[in-house]
Ligand binder design. Sequence first.
Ligand code: AHR
Length: 514
Amino acid sequence: MRDVTVSLHRDLAIGETDRRLFGAFVEHLGRCVYGGIFEPDHPTADAHGFRRDVLALVRELAPTIVRYPGGNFVSGYNWEDGVGPAANRPRRLDLAWMSTETNQFGTNEFIQWCREAGIEPMLAVNLGTRGADAARSLVEYCNHPGGTALSELRRSHGWDEPHAVKFWCLGNEMDGPWQMEAKTAQEYGRIATEAAKMMKWVDPTIELAACGSSGRNMPTFGAWEDTVLEHTFDHVEYISLHTYINNYASDTGAFLASPDLMDRFIDEVVAIADAVAARRRSPKRIMLSFDEWNIWYRTRRTPQDRVKPGWPVAPPILEEIYNLADALAFGGMCISLLNHADRVKVACLAQLVNVIAPIMTATGGAAWRQTIFWPFAHFSNFGRGRVLRARIDSPTYAATYYDPRGAQDLHFALPAVPFVKLAAVHDEQSSALTVFVLNRSLTEEMPLQVRLDGFMQVSVDRAMQLHDADLEAVNTEASSQRVRPMPLAVQMGNGAVSTTLRPASWNVIRLKTS
Ligand code: AHR
């Protein structure tokens, strides 16, 4: 057994977590909307057709902001199709997921759902098949109080008060050849700038995120951010990042190491954004919106998992079943986000229900928590506050992570991965200090000691671990409690908290402070 020591000081902080760091994503994709959050014929459906069983799990998961309506879907979406009397809405072919979109759920239903769930809405505009004109019209429809055709149209649809949507995404993954009307960085930079100008002329209080690369593994990564920010710098507050990690190689050590590449990705995008600022001698700092992140591979490469023949409505696609190993890697991603709280202000777990999701449903039946539900619920419920800068002394291992994209076969060397990955968040208001710890050793228990300096008094509130002898363990409708947090024994003494981390475990230690 090898010891791990960590030191934290109350006054040494990375930054405050933004409320919107704990977001999620709902796309018109598979059964995320239809059969997920919206199923009017379901026994638990409310008057708006929202599944109450799903709403209850969403409240427990506690996402703070939800991105909508895509994703790839948004690049072919006419927002006008989804408003007004449902009976008059057109059915359309969705070329992103080769499905039929019925438009029975649209912007107003999404806003209503967000209100019921206690969540802030985030909207993406279509900069694929549409452009600046449709984008500014949607802002006017949503946010203008009244007295114009579009704001009065909203009012005639039953929404007297503006929706006051604050955060907007300027398109989605416009660098990806799979995107409807994908663009070069120059083309996108120009269109995003014009859309941003017009959207802010309609409502100067909104905040905007320009599309960054759709992955660090894209051949244009880096150059894309640089060019896009050269165009948009004065008009946006955020640049987006997307990452889906994988275990294609069945190399769980490398899989658990791969969240460290998310740290690198963030550092690189910060460096590029700050280089653009430096060239302009600007004190402005572009913040990061990590508006798609998760694990996705089992249902990614096989065509039948992505597309069902015959243009079906809400087909069961991208329904990734997550095991314990996934929950651990996912916990590592939560730690990466927390440890960049100074620059990553917004992040969205992609997605929320059924589609690469923490919550699964049977259409007409039950709803249950996937393994990844747990680290996200811990992250969101306990991650609010000041992230402390941890000094970690952990043994390391070497890994090579395989990350294919298209024709490229990429291998990333990670020569010194600390077995223990950790973040600590101090919430002064509730006098709570939470330590999130991932033990990436697949075989070794790790005695952990966390020294706490600068606190008057510290006591243990509660501690839990996610662990299973079987890394492949999953939750299913029939066995929905198989993977769930169990108590973790911790001790306090001599200004430190200590415990023994099980091999391959996610651990959360909640302390009371003064
Ligand atoms: O979340 C699934 C898809 O992944 C999104 O539609 C797209 O933006 C990304 O490629």
